[in-house]
Design a protein around this ligand. Structure first.
Ligand SMILES: CSCCC(=O)C(=O)COP(=O)(O)O
Ligand code: MG
Length: 229
């Protein structure tokens, strides 16, 4: 019996294009000035230490660190310090209303239904927990944070590693088979299954893949799986 839904964001609750065509360009535009203005703040300095360590660039060369961060944005690198800094930069955009989080109508509908039915909802995304809360707190459809019981990001581990899902299960204190993980990335589903979770593969565009996995075009189809179990 499924009691917990753990969901990815990009390609699952929200469009890939919102992340790549809205959020990443906003970060690329505003991150350099943000980093330069706040380099002495502990929450930024800590991330710059990590960027220097991961890239091998001189920690005192702010221009070089910014260049590395811009390169990582272009490459969609799932680096924890980049994701932390992106979350900080997006905060301003959401606060001023320049950014509004995208959520698919079916995701908005079923997140509320599942919450009201007593399922516990959690997010696991490469975006930082701060970025997750900002997106769901400022969507075009309203504030969805009241529906979520918790958030996980890459500080618990990479999304393609089974140990990350084992660590999430440990934190939640639940049996693996009571958790349904939703994602659009097959390697993430495989990692979650290795940890014993159930999975649903969101394929929002194009033909469904030939696979033995449960595939859903939207959250209404995920709901049929929930009702069948
Ligand atoms: C939390 S919004 C920003 C999403 C993001 O930065 C990202 O890399 C998307 O990763 P996901 O694990 O949700 O596919
Ligand atoms: Mg995804």
């Amino acid at each position: 019996m499924i009691r917990v839904i753990l969901t990815d964001i990009e390609g699952t609750t929200s469009s890939i294009s919102f992340v790549h065509d809205v959020l990443f360009p906003y970060a690329a535009q505003h991150l350099p000035a943000y980093v330069r203005a706040n380099a002495g703040e502990p929450g930024v300095a800590e991330q710059l230490d990590a960027v220097a360590e991961q890239s091998g660039v001189d920690r005192d060369d702010l221009d070089a660190l910014v260049a590395v961060l811009q390169q990582w944005i272009r490459e969609d690198r799932k680096s924890t310090p980049l994701k932390a800094l992106q979350g900080q930069v997006w905060e301003d955009g959401y606060r001023t209303g320049e950014l509004k989080g995208h959520i698919y109508p079916d995701a908005a509908d079923y997140l509320q239904r599942w919450h009201d039915r007593g399922l516990r909802l959690f997010v696991y995304s490469s975006g930082s927990v701060q970025a997750q809360k900002l997106l769901f707190g400022h969507t075009t459809e309203g504030d969805f944070t009241p529906f979520f019981s918790g958030y996980f990001d890459t500080r618990i581990g990479g999304k393609k590693e089974a140990d990350s899902y084992r660590a999430i299960l440990e934190e939640l204190g639940v049996e693996p088979a009571t958790v349904l993980f939703l994602s659009d990335v097959e390697d993430e589903l495989e990692a979650a299954e290795s940890a014993g979770m159930r999975t649903a593969w969101l394929v929002r565009d194009g033909d469904p893949p030939r696979t033995s996995r449960f595939v859903a075009r939207d959250f209404a189809e995920v709901d049929t799986l929930l009702r069948a179990r």
